[in-house]
Design a protein around this ligand. Structure first.
Ligand SMILES: Nc1ncnc2c1ncn2[C@@H]1O[C@H](COP(=O)(O)OP(=O)(O)O)[C@@H](O)[C@H]1O
Ligand SMILES: [Mg+2]
Length: 217
């Protein structure tokens, strides 16, 4: 469950204020999936960073389940961030690690046994069984993003934030990736907020919001 109320955030150049989010409100029920649209520079990434606890809001409240992020100290924010799944436009895979090692990256030192079946399920659902020993440069962009999705979901996140995850993919691969991402989150009842430029991809989502002038239009 996500409850954002009256969220404001500005950037400053010198002492000139550039308001980016102006009293934004957003309410998502458990498991609800939101596609976030808006012109370049409208503040979509900024909003994701605030939801990720990476940027502090200037004003307003950002509640994830019953926790208001604006009330957490740095240690508590670090713990909160571990419960997120983050998916990026440029995949952010480590070049020198195999597909399998990338997916398991956060568990390198201590891979809990109970995650093994989730690993197997995700790898199968994402069609990566035969790619586990490949290096990132040996697989396609669509496959690389599927690795990004497996890595994000293996963590059993309460919230998945994806910033233009199909920005580098062609139309067919974009649909494949978003279809898989929304289906996997839906099965697991995980909230998903995904930024996209593609109106067509919004069909997979429960909700669509367009960010404009710091508000949802
Ligand atoms: N680190 C930063 N410092 C200053 N201004 C920034 C920074 N990041 C983003 N901005 C500005 O904030 C506005 C919103 O940016 P962003 O959230 O990245 O938009 P979007 O993701 O919708 O393209 C833009 O005008 C951008 O130039
Ligand atoms: Mg952006």
């Amino acid at each position: 469950m996500i409850e954002v109320s009256n969220l404001s955030f500005s950037r400053y150049q010198g002492d000139r204020e550039f308001p980016i989010l102006r009293g934004l409100n957003l309410s998502l029920t458990q498991g609800e999936q939101l596609a976030l649209l808006g012109d370049s520079g409208s503040g979509k990434t900024t909003l994701l960073h605030i939801l990720a606890g990476l940027l502090p809001a200037d004003a307003g409240a950002v509640a994830i389940d019953d926790t208001d992020l604006t009330q957490l100290d740095d240690t508590e924010l670090a713990i909160y961030r571990r419960q997120l799944g983050l998916i990026f436009q440029h995949y952010q895979l480590l070049d020198c690690l195999t597909v399998k090692q990338n997916i398991l990256f956060q568990f390198q030192l201590n891979f809990p046994k109970q995650e093994a079946s989730e690993f197997t399920a995700l790898v199968a659902a994402l069609g990566l069984e035969n790619k586990l020993d490949a290096m990132p440069h040996q697989i396609s962009g669509g496959e690389q993003q599927r690795v990004g999705i497996a890595r994000a979901l293996l963590n059993k996140p309460k919230l998945v934030l994806a910033d233009e995850p199909t920005g580098n993919l062609d139309q067919t691969r974009s649909h494949q990736v978003v279809k898989l991402l929304t289906a996997l989150c839906r099965e697991r009842n995980i909230n998903l907020v995904m930024v996209t430029h593609s109106q067509q991809l919004t069909d997979y989502f429960d909700r669509v919001e367009v960010l404009s002038n710091g508000q949802f239009a």
